[in-house]
Design a protein around this ligand. Structure first.
Ligand code: TRP
Length: 486
């Protein structure tokens, strides 16, 4: 059992939490996943839905998660159980914590493989392994890098080891330090690449692709993907942000913190899009080339630009660091649960998790070579991990968190924890009670084929549904009055 009277570790500096949460949020999701998904789902409409999900679902849920973590001062499971108990809510809500922890771990199992790509490309950049002058050459290099399980396994093992070493060292020494210099570095690198892209001949096309919101071009699949990605990129519903929130000092403002993290994360994703798509269009590459997109397009750009090897190496250093600061946050929930409840040291917990992680991530790594044919319903193991977590577990977890905070928790507790001005608090409450859940449910219904959402056509209906649900909810919820008066 945890010792509630013992103060929990806290972030050292004033910026500790913001840096660490930004480090968790900004990662492969921004630079690797966002561009390739945007490419696969056709551009502007996907970007628009993604941005809408960040605002309407991501930001309110993130505030809630940080508040839950800080109030419950524990791993997702313990924190949610305590906070729910405080408001006389059912203890079953802690199942949300279990799902989050499992989800974070499942993500990590495929994340280290992609981080391994980044590390191996850094090595190739430094040793001249990325020579080639066409998209086909680059595709061949990417393919060869995946084909050998020993090679790919070496890199993902390296990532696993690095993650565990940092987590083993602890929150302050390990996590806080590594983020401070990495974030600014990442932004500088992206600026350099955008400037290069602006001269590459494909910039106009890239801007059009990313920001021309041609309604109707987005499939149901794409909508669900955009929503899932909003959760993924902000590290929500998977234990990371909630656990980091548990180390947040009392006096920090949750609202402002959340806005900084979400803004930084969105900025990096859009910058990555602006850096990558010009290269893709200038070289006649397919935007929908899938997960290898940045690894096949960027090396071409580095070859063509002055000081390309230097910039290329710097870029992959930054990407690898961004991946590490994220992978660290995924382990943190599980490690904090083990140390709080099982009476083992942080170091032992980290290595225990590391061994399980190594085994499962090796299976995910094999999806790119010997296990490519081990499929179920057309997806290999790597594909399933990604699909289950992003499309289902995270949105469901987010729905649970929103409903818990909106309807179950004592209004006073949340008001105290969030410390928002009254009008902003009312807005937050409206979002977690109605807007975020409705958004999540509608996208699910659409993806399941139960209802079809057609861009542009159904907004009046959606607004009407929101109004009706709000009315019902407000009448049905005796707590609201108490919440809004005080
Ligand atoms: N947000 C990270 C990214 O965009 C990924 C990530 C880190 C994450 N921690 C997480 C995703 C926890 C889900 C849960 O790369």
């Amino acid at each position: 059992m945890t010792n509630d009277s013992q103060p929990r570790t806290q972030w050292l500096g004033r910026w500790g939490f913001v840096l660490a949460a930004t480090g968790s949020a900004v990662g492969l999701g921004n630079v690797w996943k966002f561009p390739y998904m945007t490419g696969e789902y056709g551009g502007g409409a996907f970007v628009l839905v993604y941005l809408a999900c960040i605002l309407a679902i991501g930001v309110p849920v993130m505030m809630t998660e940080i508040a839950l973590g800080r109030r419950g001062r524990g791993s997702p499971i313990d924190a949610i159980r305590r906070v729910s108990a405080e408001s006389k809510g059912a203890s079953a809500w802690s199942l949300l914590g279990w799902m989050a922890m499992l989800c974070g771990f499942m993500i990590l199992c495929f994340y280290v493989v992609v981080a391994g790509w980044s590390f191996s490309y850094l090595w190739k950049m430094l040793t001249g392994g990325l020579a080639g002058s066409s998209v086909d050459d680059m595709a061949a290099i990417f393919g060869a890098n995946n084909a050998n399980p020993l090679n790919l396994g070496f890199w993902s093992t390296l990532v696993t080891l690095a993650t565990m070493v940092i987590v083993g060292k602890g929150v302050q020494a390990g996590i806080e330090k590594s983020v401070g210099w990495m974030m600014p570095g990442m932004v500088v690198m992206l600026v350099i690449m955008i400037v290069y892209g602006a001269f590459s001949g494909g910039f106009g096309e890239a801007v059009h692709f990313l920001f021309a919101f041609n309604a109707g071009s987005l499939s149901s699949e794409g909508m669900l993907a955009a929503m899932g990605h909003a959760f993924f990129t902000l590290s929500l519903a998977s234990g990371a942000i909630l656990t980091y929130g548990s180390y947040l000092p009392r006096n920090a403002s949750i609202g402002r913190t959340t806005l900084s993290v979400a803004a930084a994360d969105t900025l990096v994703a859009l910058m990555a899009g602006l850096a990558i798509f010009p290269v893709i269009f200038a070289n006649g590459m397919e935007p929908g080339s899938g997960p290898g997109l940045i690894f096949m397009s960027l090396p071409l750009a580095f070859q063509a630009m002055p000081l390309g090897t230097l910039f290329g190496a710097l870029f992959f250093v930054m990407l690898s660091m961004a991946a590490l600061t994220s992978s660290i946050s995924m382990v943190e929930a599980t490690v904090s649960w083990l140390t709080d409840n099982k009476g083992i040291s942080r170091r032992t917990a980290a290595w225990g998790v590391g061994i399980v992680l190594w085994i499962i991530s090796t299976l995910a790594m094999l999806s790119f070579n010997v296990g490519a044919e081990w499929t179920l319903g057309g997806k290999n193991f790597f594909g399933w991990l990604d699909y289950l977590t992003s499309r289902w577990m995270m949105p469901l977890g987010g729905l649970g968190v929103a409903l818990l905070a909106g309807f179950v928790l004592n209004g006073e507790a949340m008001r105290e924890e969030l410390g928002l001005p009254p009008a902003v608090h009312a807005l937050w409450l409206f979002m977690v009670r109605y807007v975020s859940p409705l958004g999540i449910v509608v996208v699910f219904l659409d993806a399941l084929g139960i209802a079809t959402l057609e861009f542009g056509v159904q907004w009046p209906w959606l607004l009407l549904a929101l109004a009706v649900i709000t009315l019902i909810g407000e009448f049905a919820s005796p707590r609201l009055k108490q919440t809004l008066s005080a």
